[in-house]
Design a binder for this molecule. Sequence first.
Ligand code: EPZ
Length: 429
Amino acid sequence: MEKFVINGGRRLTGEVAVSGAKNAALAIIPATVLSQDICVIENLPTSISDISYIIKALEYIGADVKLINSSTLYIDARRVNLYTIPDSITTHLRASYYFIGALLGRFGRANVAMPGGCYLGPRPIDQHIKGFELLGAKVSAEDKATVDVRCDKMRGTGIYLDVVSVGATANIMLAAVRAQGTTVIEQAAKEPHIVDLANFLNSMGADVRGAGTDVIKIRGVEHMHGCNYSIIPDQIEAGTFMVAAAATRGDVLIKNVIPKHLEPITAKLVECGAAVDENDDSVRVRLDRRPGKCNIKTMPHPGFPTDMQPQMAVLLSLADGQSVISESIWTNRFRYTEQLMRMGADITVEGRTAIINGIEQLKGASVRADDLRAGAAMIIAGLAATGKTEISDILHIDRGYEDVVGKFGELGADIRRLYCPDGSAAKAL
Ligand code: EPZ
């Protein structure tokens, strides 16, 4: 069992480079099975555990995967010969469900155990299934443990999503690129990683148009080929550093970003009194006084991302005044507030709303990372707090953030990873 131990109260200053986007990579890596060819993918966050597990899944079905350097993968999907992925792999991450669409596209058949991932409330996949069925597939998920999908000939059609879903939009795209005719996804998700997936598929010879708008049109193609591709920067990792800079009243240049993707986060930080300077591929965030309050409602892109909600709650816990956060994507994404309250935060949760009365200072405490972004919030809280913070269950953080100690350490944070054999006595790694 490992922990992060943070001695807080230091301003973050300096420069940090953001890794490639986890949630883009998690759709793009399974997409490589759509070609019987070689893909080289750059700017991947290869050291996070979600990526390790998606690679394990790819190897399980027969792909040859090699790490060319710390952020580049060579994937040869020519010998992929299985359409089954067991729960020993899928249970570790949500994105294993992208193999359903990708394998359906390659073989007309997929048998994938139900995905795991962060608990944020119920995470149904009915919209994915609706999409596959409309494409002509027979889907059976009766035992609720495995999704079995088969289709001799997928036919393009209109698919109206009842909820805006990143996963369903991506999964339907993965299958529809190989359907006969044109598929039109309406009420599609518009996240940057949906656009990145579309660009990747088009680099493999697909014909996907309109990604980044509500309507995506996919004209099926008979053949897809290999390609070289570089993944977009991680919007949420960038946002996490932006909020950490503001919460520690620091001055940080965050590099390898697409500032347009960060606009909702930038807007809220500016509302809280931070200065955010945008350059071509970097943003500089500064705050030299107590943050101001602001209200946030999470929304699908281009709204404020739910995956930045816990991190912003830390900043607002330190703000001058009362802030209200409304969570409209997930039903259970405020569990971390209990941990934050152990550090002195004044938060009342009523259903999907959190009312935060800002306090002057958080105090270090022993807290838990309930999920990936909750863990990121605990890091920011520990950095901003006085005294020592110990964060347990950091396996959740390792799912999505590369080199936490190295990156925050370079910015002047006092953060260490400790090994605790019995869960308490910490030994340096
Ligand atoms: C993706 O999850 C991300 N994960 C999540 O990030 C992120 O929080 C979420 O999108 C929203 O932005 C990955 O990309 C791997 P959804 P996903 O389908 O695709 C409902 C992180 O921290 N819904 O867009 O699973 C669902 O219950 C993770 O990096 C249905 O009702 O999310 C939710 O209320 C956590 N039926 C809403 O739609 C469905 O079939 C949005 O979910 C699918 C979804």
